[in-house]
Design a protein around this ligand. Sequence first.
Ligand code: UDP
Length: 250
Amino acid sequence: MPLLPEGHPEKIFREDGLRLDGRKPDDLRDLRIEIGVLKNADGSAMVCHGKNRIIAGAYGPREVHPRHLAQSDTGILQVQYRMSTFSVGERKSPVPGRREKEISMVIQHALEPVLFLEQYPNSTIDIFIQVMTADGGTRCASITAAALALADMGIPMRDLVTGVAVGKVDNKPILDLADYEDKWEEGAADMPVAVMMNEKKITLLQLDGQVGIDEYERMLDLAIKGAEGVYEAQKEALRKKYTSEIVGGR
Ligand code: UDP
């Protein structure tokens, strides 16, 4: 992959119409997924999406702490998304800020629809997500990782959830924005999306920037197409983990 220019680029597309990292507008970044990376979690996954490096660990269903959060008629899902101090260019404070709390909440809402929480009254499923390196689209890659951590726990699920971001730069729709594209300001928008791929149900859709109805529809189509690529990688990673277990034992 060609080297990106230092600092803020002056142009966002190359002369040949490709993006600065050599991708076409509808290309995903490289994606590598590994399941079962944490020995001490009930389920876990690592997602390397572009330069993002994200680990998710899932625990439960187990007793709720603090106890007053327990609900007698259903289980709950608790999600903690955190960025490491070394995950971004400028040292990130270890104190969780508003952004991390908001992202934890939207990830929780994106995942709840695939779980049968009503089967676990008074219990919690906890997911801890750690961003080791951030390069744009971390909430989407975190959803991709967290859904796999849940699947790795072996609890029943309606579907997987797949996260991908779309956006526009210079008024052109593009898939899977890297950090330098996310920060581009002219004709720009960013739309993180999460999809239950079997049922094609959207469980997260946020929009930062302004888009017309036509643009929105094109961006959503692009997101679903991109999510299909991520979904294939998720299924392949699960297959790899479970075939190696059958062959080699856990
Ligand atoms: N970012 C950063 N410092 C921060 C938070 C974010 O440099 O404190 C970068 C990081 O690369 C992140 C990107 O900005 O992926 C976009 O952040 P946003 O809040 O839009 O969330 P994301 O796209 O990661 O879901």
